[in-house]
Design a protein around this ligand. Structure first.
Ligand SMILES: Nc1ncnc2c1ncn2[C@@H]1O[C@H](COP(=O)(O)OP(=O)(O)OP(=O)(O)O)[C@@H](O)[C@H]1O
Ligand SMILES: [Mg+2]
Length: 594
């Protein structure tokens, strides 16, 4: 638990002054509680036994004044706790979010977004529960215990000694199972995160569930996950309860001992009746203080488990980072050189790329073709520096991509990848993400170049139309063209299209090809595609197979070679044959799915 307390203290330090004030408030609050109990001694010994009415009124007056002060302090404290607590939680969430922004692409291939979300939600929530609600209660418990012991000393040292021994014993008992309880709680939280991950995947995959009639299958699957969760839940909860139960049980035994000794002291005239009553009242208070302290332990255990999961995110290594002396790279001007590059994905054994050599000159239109899994996207990932080469190097204008800052490298790249990501914000803003300072004219110009302007204008809200969750408002092809507009608005030196035209009909594709023709010369275009028509106008066609470049040249040269490329081309042509040819107006030719 110490790990969590020190962790949270790191955040709490920022609000030191307010926290000191709050702590003082807590002390006042607990002292008042204890004071009221101890006042019984005076009520009995000084007022009741002596029959002294004015003394009784004086005591009552003091207690009343204290009560007013007490209420002000308590309400003030509650208000500030709520605020500070919220701030600490926000600070933690902010740090997690910022860290996540800097984690490498590879991390997101491994991580489940549902599980990550649950860390923001449930785990941070546990911290809030544990630290913001339970922590003050526990502090109060502690202050009350100390104050009570001091007052007990005033009553009789022997009684105070017995109580102190009891407290130590009852607080030590739970230590034996605390570690187990914490681990169980961590396992539970991880399991819950997995369940949320499963749930989220299921929710986003509902069209597959329905199309394949998987409703019953997924329900059974979910039910067995719940069963498994239940076992973990029961174990974690039971251990937590046990931790909070043990001290009270120990204390109960103590009470009997104390009652006996106290009674004996009174009978012998060592202490007054008022002392005995006040002592008993203090003892009951002590029990509830201990209860306050230990009742919170489960909350602390859960908070610690939550904290561990939060740390897992914060401790996740940032992956590829700028080297200490990384330079800014200027706008791409001469060439990209891929030099004997071998690359293996971090989690795989066989290399995905094998001693690949390639030169791309500025302003060229280069098309990468080849079977699925040949390594086309992987080369692009390396040029973008989403991953680092295992061997060899990639240079841009003579500078190794590992020696330049990531920001200056990516600033010049416009990426339209296989998976288009639109956010549920207006189309205008979705495009603007490519260049945050783009003007409305820039956005419209980019949309026109991406052949999506007319469609956007035909919508009632035009550029203000919300894209829907993950861009659901638009068709696959429309999403891709919006993504292209986003890349173009960046005025990229290097435009990267990965599987860009796969969702476009032939007419739109032809229009995009014209756009590419217009862009040729103004920027370098790297296009990965299965549509061989994209390759016809390319300056260079790179044909890949099994992680190697097997052919390189223009469309005409490669067709002449009668090698891999011409085979791919023939197969594509024969697949298209069964369909009717495009009519003169250029109506879409239905092609079989690839
Ligand atoms: N993150 C990853 N971790 C491990 N292996 C990967 C990863 N991404 C891709 N691979 C593997 O690397 C190989 C090349 O993948 P790549 O994505 O470069 O293929 P591609 O040529 O773009 O194929 P496609 O045309 O289907 O997009 C494949 O065998 C793939 O299984
Ligand atoms: Mg690919």
């Amino acid at each position: 638990m110490r790990e969590m307390f020190t962790g949270i203290m790191g955040y709490a330090k920022r609000y030191r002054t307010v926290l000191l004030f709050l702590f003082a408030g807590l002390v006042v609050e607990s002292l008042y509680d204890v004071g009221v109990r101890y006042s019984l001694k005076f009520v009995i010994d000084k007022a009741v036994v002596e029959g002294d009415m004015p003394a009784l009124l004086l005591i009552l007056g003091l207690l009343g004044a204290g009560a007013v002060l007490f209420n002000f302090v308590v309400i003030g404290c509650d208000y500030f706790w709520a605020r500070i607590g919220g701030r600490i939680v926000n600070d933690i969430r902010y740090d997690m979010f910022v860290h996540l922004q800097s984690l490498p692409v590879g991390f997101y291939r491994r991580a489940s977004s549902g599980d990550l979300t649950s860390r923001f939600n449930a785990d941070v929530g546990q911290i809030q529960q544990g630290m913001i609600l339970a922590f003050p209660m526990a502090m109060m418990g502690l202050v009350e215990i100390i104050a009570t012991l001091v007052l007990m000393l005033l009553v009789h040292p022997l009684l105070a000694g017995i109580a102190a021994a009891g407290i130590v014993l009852s607080l030590l008992m739970p230590r034996f199972i605390q570690g187990k309880a914490l681990d169980a709680s961590f396992v539970l939280r991880r399991e819950e995160g997995r369940m949320i991950g499963y749930l989220q995947e299921n929710l986003t995959g509902q069209s597959v569930v329905k199309a394949y009639g998987l409703e019953v299958h997924t329900a059974t699957d979910f039910s067995s996950r719940l069963e498994e969760l239940l076992t973990k839940l029961a174990r974690a909860n039971f251990l937590s309860y046990l931790v909070s139960r043990l001290p009270s049980l120990t204390f109960l035994m103590l009470q009997l001992v104390v009652l006996g000794v106290g009674g004996w002291l009174t009978i012998n005239g060592r202490i007054t009746v008022g002392d005995l009553v006040a002592y008993q009242a203090l003892l009951i208070g002590l029990n509830s203080a201990i209860y306050n302290l230990t009742w919170m332990v489960p909350s602390f255990i859960e908070a610690t488990a939550g904290w561990r999961r939060i740390r897992e995110i914060l401790d996740e290594p940032l992956g590829i980072r700028d080297r200490p002396n990384a330079r800014e790279i200027g706008r791409f001007a001469t060439s990209i050189d891929v030099d004997k590059v071998t690359f293996r994905y971090p989690n795989s054994e066989a290399p995905t790329l094998n001693r690949v050599d390639l030169k791309i000159n500025a302003g060229e239109y280069v098309v990468f073709v080849g079977r699925s899994g040949a390594g086309k996207s992987s080369i692009i990932n390396l040029i973008l520096r989403f991953y680092e080469v295992t061997e060899g190097r990639i240079t841009i204008d003579g500078q190794d991509v590992r020696d330049v800052t990531m920001a200056s490298l990516r600033r010049q790249i416009g990426l339209c990848s296989q998976e288009v990501t639109l956010f549920d914000i207006p189309v205008r803003d979705n495009i603007r993400l490519g260049a945050l300072d783009a003007s409305e004219e820039d956005i419209v110009a980019a949309a026109k170049a991406a052949e999506i302007h007319d469609l956007i204008m035909s919508l009632p809200q035009g550029y203000g139309t919300l894209a829907g969750t993950a861009g659901a408002r638009f068709s696959g092809g429309e999403r891709q063209r919006i993504a292209l507009a986003r890349a173009l608005v960046r005025k990229p030196a290097i435009l990267v299209l990965d599987e860009f035209s796969s969702a476009l009909d032939p007419t739109t594709e032809a229009e995009i090809l014209r756009t590419i023709d217009r862009l040729k010369g103004t920027c370098t275009i790297l296009s990965v595609t299965h549509r061989l028509s994209m390759a016809e106008n390319a300056d260079k066609v790179v044909v890949m197979r099994g992680g190697r470049i097997v052919e390189l040249g223009t469309h005409n040269e490669l067709i002449g070679k009668r090698g891999e490329y011409s085979r791919l081309w023939k197969r594509a042509a024969s697949e298209e044959k069964p369909g009717p040819p495009a009519d003169a107006a250029g109506a879409p030719v239905p092609t079989p799915a690839e």
